[in-house]
Design a protein. Structure first.
Length: 580
């Protein structure tokens, strides 16, 4: 093996790792919706959690990525620690799929059909298709599919390059002695753990081991301890991810580590006993791509069979090692680990925007009640709700901007734009609720009274605004387009009511029925109620636009008023309801 072989080995390793990263990231993006569905179906049932972890990891080809996601879910309160344990165990089995895919590279046969199964036969075609799709495709889904094909072709080319580069080592005695040393199980476990911790991927580590097996100098007995160590080394990613997270997230990463350490200890004991007592010839046989994939799968499946029934004990161990210390910990509301899976990050953001909507709507409707009967405690609660809405708007705005900078699908990009627009409107609604509270306080403190006619008009306008608030929140929360279409006609009626009430106020001022002081408060109230209706209209149009993948709110408003026969019909209904 000369310097050129070393350079080829380094280049092949770089291509292999780059291809795996490229393919894994694209698979995560393409599977985003599916991951959301799987998470939504997750229950306390052990089997459901296990299958979720297995399925997700099989799709995205990385147990490390799955475990990091799990840490983020636990940190955000989307998943309990017990659920996380079952998913982590499933991820350990799911990661074995990669080794089986890579084992195709070891096919050697003169049979035409078997030759066609070898990646070097079909990856050039995949690379050609992927390149064409990337160059000429327009949709984000198509580009992600192209990236998956190119990533797979790159990693298989890298693996083939590594295998070719190390083939010369078959005649080097020192290389053979190196793997003779790894027949010591402890050294094998350490080697596997260190290599995997450095590259932070057990799948990639197994792939490298498979490439080295092409030298014919590695025995099955030497690979088994290395594979055990690889399972420990892959825990480093989740451990690093848990830094700065809450205690439950740290416990999830600890469970991942303890599961693999305990499994390795059990595996080492069984391996040593079998080798010492039975001395199977199989352990001295030469390892190849397939036997490494088999050993990887058998070890992970056996660990899961042994430890899955004991998941409650692993939970207790994590709770014992990381105790609560009597203080309830606040769950992080938005976790940056979720940015790696945009669909799930959007789901979490949407849940918080719904909380914003509910707080803002409740605050405003409660502020309207203060106009009839002032209550200091209720006024204080409205201000608390407004502060909460402000806080959510701040963290959501920052987080959604970061999320939009990720490589997201067209659908997810529309959802991000929708949420960014909605948080601004709900925040302004909560601001207007405080303005109404201040008007109510002024009426109470200065003992200002409106005339009976003015009170009747304000009551009518308040009912219309309360209805449009309910419609806006329901349209957004349930993504109900039928409800969303009812909002703009009602908003137009509210505009008409405001104009009529303003004219009536001027007439009352002229006749002396209304005081100047009451007039200032009246004007402020009209402005706040009418602008609140405007923000409800924005929410409705935003909901409709997102459904049609078109976020041009001004054009949409014009189209609704001019071209929709539905608008006129609903407008007449609301006009009759509030101007009788």
């Amino acid at each position: 093996m000369d310097i050129f072989d070393v350079l080829n080995l380094i280049g092949g390793l770089c291509l292999f790792l780059f291809g795996m990263e490229l393919m894994g990231a694209a698979l995560e993006r393409r599977a985003g919706r599916g991951l959301k569905t799987l998470l939504g179906r997750l229950t306390q049932n052990k089997l459901a959690g296990f299958l979720t972890g297995l399925g997700v990891t099989s799709v995205i080809q990385s147990s490390s990525a799955t475990t990091v996601m799990v840490v983020g879910f636990v940190n955000s309160g989307l998943m309990t620690l017990r659920q996380a344990i079952n998913v982590i165990m499933g991820a350990n089995v799911g990661t074995t799929v990669t080794a089986w895919i890579l084992s195709l590279g070891g096919i050697s046969s003169d049979n035409l059909f078997m030759q066609l199964l070898k990646p070097t036969s079909f990856t050039p075609v995949l690379a050609l298709i992927g390149t064409a799709m990337l160059m000429f495709g327009k949709s984000s889904k198509g580009k992600d599919t192209a990236t998956i094909l190119l990533g797979f072709a790159t990693l298989m080319f890298g693996m083939d390059t590594m295998s070719a580069a190390v083939s010369g080592l078959r005649d080097v005695p020192q290389f053979q002695q190196l793997f003779v040393m790894f027949t010591n199980p402890i050294l094998g476990v350490l080697a596997g753990a260190i290599l995997t911790a450095i590259i932070q991927s057990s799948s990639a580590s197994v792939g490298i081991l498979q490439a080295l097996s092409s030298t014919g100098q590695i025995t099955i007995g030497a690979t088994i301890p290395i594979i055990m160590g690889q399972n420990i080394g892959t825990c480093i990613t989740a451990i690093l991810s848990s830094f700065g997270a809450n205690k439950n997230a740290k416990r999830a990463s600890l469970v991942h580590l303890s599961f693999n350490v305990i499994g390795t200890i059990i595996g080492l004991i069984l391996f040593t006993l079998v080798r010492s007592l039975l001395q199977p010839v199989l352990f001295n046989a030469t390892a190849n791509h397939v036997t490494i994939a088999v050993a990887h799968s058998v070890f992970n499946v056996l660990c899961t069979i042994i430890l899955l029934p004991a998941s409650a004990l692993l939970e207790k161990l994590a709770l014992r090692l990381i105790p609560d210390k009597g203080k309830q910990e606040v769950i992080t509301e938005l976790d940056e680990r979720l940015l790696a899976t945009p669909s799930l990050a959007i789901q979490r953001c949407n849940a918080l925007v719904i909380e914003m909507a509910e707080n803002a709507v409740n605050a405003f409707k409660n502020s309207l009640l203060l106009l009839k009967q002032y209550d200091a405690k209720k006024a204080e609660q409205i201000r608390k709700d407004e502060s909460r809405v402000d806080y959510l708007e701040d963290i959501l705005g920052t987080y959604l901007v970061k999320l939009s900078a990720q490589q997201v699908s067209d659908t997810d990009s529309i959802q991000i734009s929708k949420l960014l627009k909605a948080i601004g409107d709900f925040e302004r609604i909560s601001d207007h609720s405080v303005n109404v509270v201040e008007s109510a306080e002024e009426l109470h403190e200065k003992e200002i009274k409106f005339s009976d006619v003015a009170l009747g008009e304000m009551n009518t306008l308040s009912m219309a605004v309360a209805e449009i608030l309910d419609l806006a929140s329901m349209a957004f929360i349930y993504d109900n387009l039928d409800i969303a279409r009812k909002i703009e006609p009602l908003e137009q009626v509210i505009d008409d009511l405001k104009a009529k009430m303003r004219d009536g106020h001027i007439a009352r001022l002229q006749t002396g029925e209304c005081s100047i002081g009451a007039g200032f408060v009246w004007t402020d109230l009209l402005t706040n109620l009418e602008r609140t209706a405007d923000h409800c209209s924005n929410v409705a149009v935003c909901t409709l636009d997102a459904a049609e993948n078109n976020m041009n709110i001004h054009q949409s408003l014009a189209n609704i008023k001019k071209n929709s026969p539905y608008f006129k019909e609903e407008y007449e209904k609301y006009l009759a309801k509030y101007t009788r």
